[in-house]
Write a protein that binds this ligand. Structure first.
Ligand code: HEC
Ligand code: HEC
Ligand code: HEC
Ligand code: HEC
Ligand code: HEC
Ligand code: HEC
Length: 395
């Protein structure tokens, strides 16, 4: 009796698995059952239940584009310039931001010519599938320049445009705050308080290395390729701590680095002090503005570099604050990023060093593409990728 029972249960389980397998294979060719169970289904449950808010529910960490037809059944405009007619302040500040150039900026244009994947477009110009043009054609628009560029529909050229974040199911989504200077006729607004939190930004700013990107995107679990949100949560001690929007969208300024008129990037500090009686010994203190995650964060190629030189201009000492991941097996080998004790506080580091000669000059720079600097130098285009982070003087 017991044997028969076990056989029946076994048979039923196998039939069910075969059924699930058949269903998945027929609807999504190229997707295996384990992938569907560990990756696709859990995320789709979150999407359907809108646990992270209606705005976040169209983001998939780059697994898919944002479906332009679905976000605007009522034909709201996908062109930022149309929103800008009434929301001038938000438009102007967004236009200066890297979100507005996420597709057309020189570095991305260069990188995507090499890795010609739909995966990249899903985050850098998420409405691309609305155009019915294929990936090759869209990437081709970037390569040609001139007249070819003018063929780009506005919602592709504009990269992370207003609609990507603010339109869902034919409604305009707001965070519940008032805009600065809207003119003209009002429209309906659906409030989603999560819009200004990490739950929303995570849709593009938190993801792992992909195991495969074709025919579907499947992410590995570790390590993170970009880890801003996990860093943010690990430092968020109290509920009242600042959220992404408090620093990067303060006063609805969309330029990303400003907190209403003040550029956060100008608030880094470096002090280097010489010891009078001990030639060669110095103490330096490096301090960030109030911050919400490690620094540098995001893209793995970013680095903060402190360099000390002697009187003749020879390099005496170099220290880098950054994360290093080995390319071959994607193992994290070191992480010296700066970090604060808590979201909203500065991160700082103080160190005393004994150098082989007396330090005469120093530099504190932000390197946007530290890993590929030799190549950029050969091409003669290194300069735009290094930015002074703070005035460094030796006291
Ligand atoms: C990180 C979350 C996430 C993961 C992982 C994910 N999806 Fe999705 N998926 C979404 C979101 C969000 C949408 C809605 C996008 C839109 O319509 O704007 C979506 C839409 C889709 C659609 C289109 C459905 C429609 O209504 O048009 C298909 C098909 C799909 N996903 C299949 C898959 C498969 C197969 C996998 C596993 C390989 C997968 N997804 C993994 C989040 C995810
Ligand atoms: C990357 C996502 C993103 C993009 C792109 C974006 N916004 Fe926003 N927007 C936000 C967030 C987040 C806030 C919330 C700020 C807050 O609550 O502190 C916001 C706030 C606003 C507000 C103020 C009301 C409110 O909800 O807080 C207006 C109006 C607005 N955005 C319009 C626009 C317009 C117009 C564009 C395009 C020119 C645009 N946004 C592009 C994310 C975005
Ligand atoms: C014809 C002018 C007009 C256009 C075009 C327009 N808006 Fe608005 N918008 C308004 C007005 C007026 C309000 C309401 C202001 C109020 O009640 O405080 C508003 C409110 C909002 C809000 C909520 C903030 C608030 O003040 O209540 C957001 C977010 C927003 N609009 C985004 C957009 C986006 C994105 C677009 C483009 C798809 C857009 N708007 C197009 C006039 C416009
Ligand atoms: C649809 C995807 C997407 C969403 C949603 C999104 N971002 Fe971004 N963000 C990007 C991409 C892609 C870039 C890089 C653009 C580039 O330089 O090519 C970027 C760049 C940035 C940068 C600047 C990095 C730099 O190098 O200067 C900041 C800051 C930022 N985002 C903050 C936010 C915050 C805060 C939110 C949530 C309110 C958010 N983003 C939501 C995709 C997104
Ligand atoms: C307490 C303020 C604060 C909070 C909260 C915060 N950030 Fe930042 N963030 C900063 C500062 C300061 C910088 C460095 C200066 C700059 O780039 O503007 C920075 C830099 C960044 C960068 C890199 C920009 C670059 O120049 O390369 C990204 C991406 C970013 N933040 C995203 C986020 C996201 C996503 C969240 C929420 C999970 C968040 N930040 C929360 C203050 C904050
Ligand atoms: C899940 C979303 C996502 C996907 C998929 C994605 N990116 Fe990004 N990318 C980002 C974000 C967010 C940033 C900004 C991080 C920062 O500045 O710290 C970024 C930054 C970059 C930068 C640096 C831009 C600059 O101005 O310095 C390049 C280059 C880039 N991405 C290329 C690519 C390419 C090529 C692909 C496909 C192989 C790709 N990205 C796929 C989200 C994504």
């Amino acid at each position: 009796m017991r044997k028969l029972y076990l056989a029946l249960v076994g048979f039923a389980t196998l039939t069910l698995l075969a059924g699930v397998n058949y269903w998945i294979a027929s609807r999504h060719p190229g997707v295996s059952v384990p992938t569907a169970i560990t990756s696709c289904i859990p995320c789709h449950i979150r999407v359907k239940s809108e646990t992270d808010g209606i705005a976040a529910s169209r983001f998939s960490k780059g697994s898919h584009p944002v479906n332009a037809a679905k976000i605007r059944p009522e034909k709201l405009s996908l062109d930022a310039r149309d929103c800008g007619k009434c929301h001038q302040f938000e438009y102007t500040t967004w236009h200066e931001s890297v979100h507005a150039r996420a597709f057309t900026n020189h570095i991305f244009a260069h990188a995507v010519q090499r890795d010609r994947e739909a995966w990249c477009l899903n985050c850098h110009t998420p409405l691309w599938s609305g155009n019915q043009a294929d990936v090759e054609r869209i990437i081709g628009w970037l390569a040609k320049g001139g007249i070819a560029r003018t063929q780009m529909p506005a919602f592709i050229e504009q990269g992370i445009t207003c609609a990507v974040c603010h339109i869902r199911d034919g409604k305009i989504i707001g965070s519940g705050k008032k805009s600065r200077d809207p003119t003209g006729k009002k429209h309906e607004v659906t409030v989603d308080k999560n819009l200004r939190t990490e739950k929303f930004c995570a849709g593009c700013h938190q993801f792992s290395f992909p195991a495969e990107v074709k025919p579907v995107v499947v992410y590995q679990h570790e390590p993170a390729m970009q880890n801003v949100v996990a860093e943010h949560l690990s430092l968020r001690k109290l509920y009242s701590d600042k959220r992404c929007g408090d620093c990067h969208y303060k006063g609805a300024d969309h330029s990303l680095h400003q907190t209403t008129g003040e550029d956060m990037r100008e608030k880094f500090q470096i002090r280097v002090k010489r010891r009078i009686h001990k030639p060669g010994e110095i103490t330096y203190t490096l301090r960030t503005p109030p911050i919400g995650h490690h620094y540098p964060t995001g893209d793995l190629f970013r680095a903060v570099r402190l360099t000390l030189f002697d009187k003749q201009g020879n390099e005496l000492y170099r220290e880098e604050f950054r994360k290093e991941v080995r390319v071959v097996d994607q193992q994290l080998i070191s992480d010296t990023t700066l970090r604060s004790a808590k979201v909203g506080e500065s991160a700082s580091v103080t160190k005393t060093l004994t150098l082989s000669a007396e330090a005469a000059r120093c530099e504190l720079n932000y390197h946007l593409q530290a890993n590929i600097e030799p190549t950029l130098e050969k091409e003669g285009s290194l300069k735009p990728f290094i930015r002074k982070l703070a005035d460094c003087r030796i006291e």
